[in-house]
Design a protein around this ligand. Sequence first.
Ligand SMILES: Nc1ncnc2c1ncn2[C@@H]1O[C@H](COP(=O)(O)OP(=O)(O)OP(=O)(O)O)[C@@H](O)[C@H]1O
Length: 725
Amino acid sequence: MAAQSKLPPITPRRDRTVRSIVAQLTSLYLDNRTRISRAVWITLFVALANRIRHAISEQKAASHRGAAAGQRDRDSRGRGAAASTGETDDPVKKKKKKRVELNREFFGALLRLLRIVIPGWRSKEARLLISHSFFLVVRTLISVKVAAMDGQIVKSLVKGNGREFLKRIVWWMLIAVPATFTNSMLSYHQAELSLNYRTRLTQYIHDKYLSQLTFYGITALDDRIKNPDQLIAVDVAKFSSSLAELYSNLAKPLLDMTIYTYQLSKSVGGEGVVFMSLLVQLSANVMRALTPPFGRYVADEARLEGEFRFQHSRLIDHSEEVALYAGHGVEKDTLDKGYFTLIKHVNYILRRRFYHGFMEDFVIKYFWGALGLLLCSVPVFVKMPGQIAMNMGDRTESFITNRRMLLSASDAFGRVMFSYREIMELAGYTSRVDSLLEVMDDIRAGRFEKKLVSSSGTENNEAVLKGRGAVVESEDIEFTDVPIISPNGDVLVKALSFSLKPGDHLLVVGPNGCGKSSLFRILGGLWPVYGGTVRKPPFSQIFYIPQRPYLSRGSLRQQITYPDSLRQVRARGVTDADLLQMLTPLGLEHLPALYDGGWDAEAEWRDVLSGGLQQRVAMARLFYHRPKYAILDECTSSVTLDTEKVMYDTAKALGITLMTVSHRRSLWKYHERILQFDGQGNYVFTKLDADRRMKLEDEKEDLEVLLRQIPEVERRIAELTVGTS
Ligand SMILES: Nc1ncnc2c1ncn2[C@@H]1O[C@H](COP(=O)(O)OP(=O)(O)OP(=O)(O)O)[C@@H](O)[C@H]1O
C-alpha cells in the first residue's frame, strides 16, 4: 500500500532543506518556548517520522516487486500452454483477479463509483452532502458547548450554589432542542444519501445492462459474473448504505477529534496531546496490522449469498419438472450444501469479529481511556508556566470538562478506528459493484472471458476467437466463410457459406448439439462473428420463435404484441379487433373471453397456458410483427399437424420468409432450401425437393428395416442348415 504513495522521492537537496528547517525550528523552540513554535515543531517531527516510514516501506515494496517479477519470469518460462486452463500468468488476466484491499485499485474503483453517485457539485447528492456536513459541524459545536456546561454544572454542585445549578440545568435543557433536531437531521440525511446513491447506481447499471444485449452477454458469453441479479438488487444497496454511513462515521469523528484536541491542548498543553496522539497512533497501527481482511470476507459472503439465492430461484423456475421427477431429495441436498457453505463462512467471520472486537474494545475503551484520565489530571497535578493557582471548584470544572472532551475525542478516535472495518467492508462492495461495471463495459466492447473447455484443440480455437468477422446490412441473408463457435470455444462449423433471398424458405436439420440454434444466435447478433462476412437485414426485421416462447409479465394483449408496449401498438394503428383476427386462424379467438379483464387480464401466463397454447400465442405474435424473416426453432413441436399447416400457410401468406429448425418431416414441404449439418463440422446447403426427399427417405427407412432383419434371417438359415444336414 505504501508502495503506491504519491509522495515525491527524497532527493539529497530536499533532504538538506528539510534538515535545516528542523534545525532552525529546534533552536527556535529552545530559545523561545512559545506554544506555537512547540506545536509547529512537533507537527514537523510527526510529518518527518511519517516520511521516513514511507521511504522505508517504499524501499521494501520495491525489493519485493523485484523479487516477485523475477519469480514471475521463472514461472512463465516453466508454463507455456497454461493459458487455456485459465490459470495463466498473463499479467492482463492477473490484473483481472481482484483483491479486496485498501490499495490504488480500490480508490480508483471508489472514485469511479463516486462519479456516478455524485455526478456534479450542482447535483442533489452534492447538496445533501453539504447540508449533511453542515449539521455534522453544528453537532460537534453543540457537544463542545455541552462539555463546558457539564463542567459548570458540577462546579456549581461542588460549590453548593443552588441558584447557579438550576440556571445551568435550564440552559442544558434548552440546548437539547437544537441538539436533538441536529441528530434527527443527521439520520435523515444519511438515509436520503444512501437512497439517492442507490437510485443513481441502479439507473446507471440498468441503462447499460439492458442495452446492446449486455444482459445476455453477462450470462451466456462470459463467466466472470455469476449472479448479476444479486449484484444489482442487493450489493448496490449495500454499497450505497455503506458509503453513506461511512461518510458520517468518518467525517464526524475526524471533525470531533480536531476540535476536541484543539480545545484540550488549550487547557492541558500541546505536548501532552501530541504525546498521547503518538501513543494512540502506535496502538492504532498495531490494531490495524491485526485487523483481518474484512473486505474480502464481505465480498465472499455476498457471492455465497447470491449463489444460495440463485439455487432457490432455479427450483422455483423448474418446480414442475423437479416435482415430476420426485427430485426434491437431491434438490434439498444442493440447497443445504449452498446454505451450509454460506453459514460456515458467516460463522468464520463472526469468530474473527469476536477476537477483533475484543482487542478493539480493550485498546479503544480501556487503554485509551486510562491515557485520557492521565491527561485530564495534568492541570490538577502539574502547574503550567504562568498558570494561576486553581481553587477546588475550578479544578473540578476543568477536570469534568476535560474528561468529557477527552472521552468524546477518544470515542471519536475509536470510531475512526472502528470505521477501518467499515472501510474494508465498503471495499468489498466496491469491488463487487465495480467488477460488474467493468464486465459490462468489456461485453459492450465485445471482450468476453469464458473458460475454454473444448476438446477440439483449444489453441486453434483461441486463435479463431481473436479474429473478427464483418457484419454488413443487406436485404438478403448471406454467410460467407463464417465459423460457428460456441462461447466455450468449441468450433461447431469451421466456415459456413450459404445465401437466402426473400421467399427462399429454409429448413435447417442435423443431430443435437451440431449448431443449428447457434447459427441463428449469430444471425440475431447474440454471438460474435469471429470470421468471414455476414450479410443480413437489421435486427428489427428478423423475428425469433423458440420452442418454449417467452411469456412476459403483463396483460394478455402484451403476450401477442411483445415487446411492443400498448402505446406502440396503438401507434401502429392495431386495434384489439385486429389482434382477435390474428388469433382466429390459430383457433384462439376464445382466449380473451376466458379471463376476467379480457385483453387486459394479467396472469403468470407461463403457468396458465399449456405448452401447445403457448406455441400458438407465439405464432400470433409473429403475425402481429410481420417481420421480413422469421426463425422458427422447433416452435411447432406441441401442436397438431393441422395447426402447424395453418401457422405455416398464414406466415407465408403474410410475406414472411421462414427459417425453420425442426426434426419433423411434416415441415419439409413448406421449404425450398435445406441446410444440413452432419454434427462433425460439415454441412450441405442445397435446394429442397420435399417430395423427392420424402420418397428417398421412405426408401432409406425400408432398407434400414430390412437391414435390421438380416441377423434374424441369418440365424434362421443357420438353424435350417443344421436341421436339413
Ligand atoms: N451459452 C452457451 N455457452 C456455452 N455453450 C453453449 C451455449 N449455448 C450453446 N452452447 C453449446 O453449443 C453447441 C451447439 O448448441 P445448439 O443450441 O446450436 O445446438 P442445436 O444444434 O440447436 O441442438 P438441438 O437440436 O439439441 O437444439 C452445444 O454443444 C451447446 O452445448
